[in-house]
Write a protein of this length. Structure first.
Length: 676
């Protein structure tokens, strides 16, 4: 857990407070200042994100004039709750207060801060100073009794009886000082402040609580029609079911399908994105819609809705869940164009406007028009599509190119869906500029694609993941790392051979706590179109049959790393990622320590897929609670060895041919006590 002071240093300046109305008397301003509240995104405009079972830590600077004693508390409400619950805040240092509450349910929680003058606490503090200085405190004791008497009038029931008993005891001058300075009485008085002194923060903040799988999961992206053994025809859902044991055995828990809907015939794309398809070529599965239906229909070659239901049941039986691609785009043959032309744009000559990103044109796809005359009807229809698939057992949606659609639409759609189905997750596939990418995460997306695919050097990786894991994005953006996608085959994978696939997989699986691979990655598929970051003979445009056991695959390595992820709680988190010293620009060294410090895992990666690299690494002994001269034991989690080190600096040799990466765990760590 980051310290309050450290987080403060990383934050932008808080928004200025609203000025007093012109002519208002100065006494109308709050006497207590509550500012620099953390976590608060863009002045409370967006919620932060957490997972069920987490504890939300809240910090704020709270102060008033002079030396008066204050008290503060968090007020929070669970999703749907009409009343507030209260959690105390404690003064940490330098007017910084901290409190926390448990997030025990999915959904959108509310919270704010209250502070008030602790008149009795101020009185007790001043009295103790006067007593210690040998001053006469008789009048002060009378004032203290009056404060207790006033509190007894404000409360009811057993507490009133308790305060009256205190007053009776304090009637004896010989006992008055001891009774009124009793710490138990001071704590009791602090819980019942005078309401006229209470100041509430001027905003209610929110935290969206998702399932653990929003933070920790391993995705396997599958093109359903490529899961069979005949390159001349489409596979079926039954073929996909036959692959489930192998995918689960590798350690994946989320099975992600590219679109499964009917594909249009107008302007159908051919092999390698040819503008004209040859007879029998299936077209791109992103050209959604045809004679068989649209976004709620299933391509007949894959099966029927009943077949899909059997698939969902089989996925669940293998302890996985299904993610479905939600692509808000249509082929020119989509039934919506005929039934709702008002949802689309047409050119001056009356022809429908195809999707394009000049100079590129996508003749097999048309976009919906969010500015059309029936935008509201379009929004409702798209929400109905999501609801349809939720009813069929889909719990996760990967959204294609959300940055090309309006942010208000996504905020509305996701909030609307999660209000009824808080368990549903949304992944944003937005390879776009940094600010739109972040805005989509703030708008509600549970996870986000990232620039990891193009971060290759040591400095690039460190800078980017320090930003994601320690900067503001950690509060609202959960990075889901994919080393490649159906659209992107990075240069490092094209040229780096099997070692590059191992290193990029390891980085994806251990830098973030949620990651995914695209089918074929485990086979080290690297055939690219010349001069482009794109697969040759891409299955986006043709039928394909893979040999899932072909030589050179890294399936066993993937299985080991996924087992390591499951067995080590340190790897279940993102915010605990820290980079450590390695005196070689080709060696990246980093680690994660579990919040209770019982588990610590460290990873060393050779970023050069061609040459042996050596480095002296620096172990963070202070963070581990290990003395500089104290021996400590480690387990090599990939090779199965154990050894002992002493000291901060150690030497590693990473050979691309045998061990391009190393993952090891520190043994026998002393846990840290839980936070109060």
């Amino acid at each position: 857990m980051d310290s309050p002071d450290r987080v403060t240093d990383a934050r932008p300046e808080p928004a200025p407070k609203r000025p007093l109305a012109r002519g208002a008397p100065k006494s109308s301003a709050p006497r207590i200042v509550i500012e620099d509240v953390y976590p608060e995104i863009d002045g409370g405009r967006y919620p932060v994100k957490r997972e069920v079972g987490d504890r939300l830590d809240v910090w704020a600077d709270i102060f008033t004039e002079g030396h008066g004693v204050l008290q503060a508390a968090l007020r929070y409400a669970a999703p749907g709750a009409a009343s507030w619950q209260v959690a105390p805040m404690r003064l940490i240092d330098n007017d910084r207060w901290r409190g926390a509450f448990e997030l025990s349910a999915l959904g959108r929680w509310r919270f704010t801060i209250e502070a008030w003058a602790d008149r009795f606490g101020s009185w007790a503090a001043d009295l103790a100073k006067k007593r210690d200085a040998g001053q006469d405190v008789a009048v002060d004791l009378d004032e203290g009794r009056a404060l207790v008497a006033a509190a007894a009038q404000r409360v009811q029931g057993p507490l009133r009886a308790r305060l009256r008993a205190v007053l009776a005891e304090a009637a004896d001058p010989a006992q008055r000082l001891q009774v009124l300075l009793d710490p138990e009485l001071r704590a009791l008085m602090a819980t019942w402040p005078e309401r006229k002194t209470v100041v509430r923060y001027d905003r209610e903040l929110e935290v969206v609580v998702d399932r653990i799988e929003a933070r920790f999961a391993a995705w396997y992206e599958m093109v359903p029609r490529s899961q069979g053994d005949d390159p001349q025809r489409s596979a079926s859902f039954a073929d996909c079911v036959r692959r489930l044991p192998e995918i689960r055995a590798m350690g994946f828990d989320t099975l992600y399908f590219t679109p499964i809907h009917p594909i249009g015939r107008t302007n159908r794309k051919g092999r390698n994105n040819a503008t004209v398809a040859a007879p029998g070529e299936p077209g791109s599965f992103y050209a959604i819609g045809g004679a068989g239906g649209g976004h709620t229909a299933i391509h007949s070659e894959l099966g029927t809705l009943e077949d899909f239901r059997r698939l969902v049941a089989a996925v669940r039986a293998h302890d996985m869940e299904l993610a479905l691609d939600f692509a808000v785009q249509c082929s020119p043959d989509h039934p919506w164009i005929r039934e709702h032309p008002e949802w689309f744009s047409f050119r001056a000559d009356g022809t429908i406007k195809y999707a394009e990103n000049p100079p590129k044109k996508y003749e097999d796809i048309v976009n919906v028009d969010f500015d059309g005359p029936d935008a509201g009807g379009l929004w409702e229809e798209l929400r109905a599509v999501v609801r349809f698939w939720i009813a069929e057992g889909v719990t996760v949606f990967r959204v294609d190119n959300p940055h090309t659609k309006p942010l208000p639409f996504w905020a509305w759609l996701i909030a609307s869906i999660k209000a009824q189905h808080p368990e549903v997750l949304f992944l944003s596939e937005a390879f776009t500029r940094p600010k739109p990418m972040r805005a989509l995460a703030k708008a509600g997306f549970s996870q986000s694609y990232t620039y990891f695919t193009w971060r290759n050097t040591k400095q690039e990786l460190i800078e980017y993941f320090v930003e994601l894991a320690q900067g503001w994005p950690k509060e609202y953006l959960r990075p889901n790392l994919f080393p490649s996608t159906p659209d992107i085959l990075p240069r490092v994978l094209q040229t780096g051979g099997r070692p590059a696939f191992i290193t990029r997989f390891t980085l994806a699986a251990t830098l973030s706590s949620v990651y995914g691979i695209y089918n074929g990655f485990e086979l080290c598929e690297a055939a690219a179109l010349p001069g482009r970051e794109e697969y040759a003979d891409s299955e986006k445009y043709q039928y394909k049959a893979w040999d899932w056991d072909r030589p050179g695959n890294i399936k066993d390595f993937i299985t080991r790393v996924n087992r390591i992820r499951r067995e080590n709680p340190a790897l279940h988190h993102l915010k605990n990622l820290r980079f450590h010293g390695a005196d070689n620009d080709q060696v990246l060294f980093y680690g994660k320590i579990a919040p209770d410090r019982r588990n610590a895992v460290f990873v060393a990666v050779n970023l050069d897929p061609h040459l042996v690299q050596e480095a002296h690494i620096e172990m963070p002994l202070d963070s581990l609670g290990i003395g500089a001269g104290t021996p400590y034991r480690l387990d090599d989690l990939l090779l199965g060895h154990s050894w002992q080190w002493t000291g901060r600096y150690q030497h590693l040799r990473l050979d691309p041919a045998s061990n391009p990466v190393a993952i090891f765990r520190v043994r026998d760590l002393e846990p840290v006590p839980p936070a109060p």
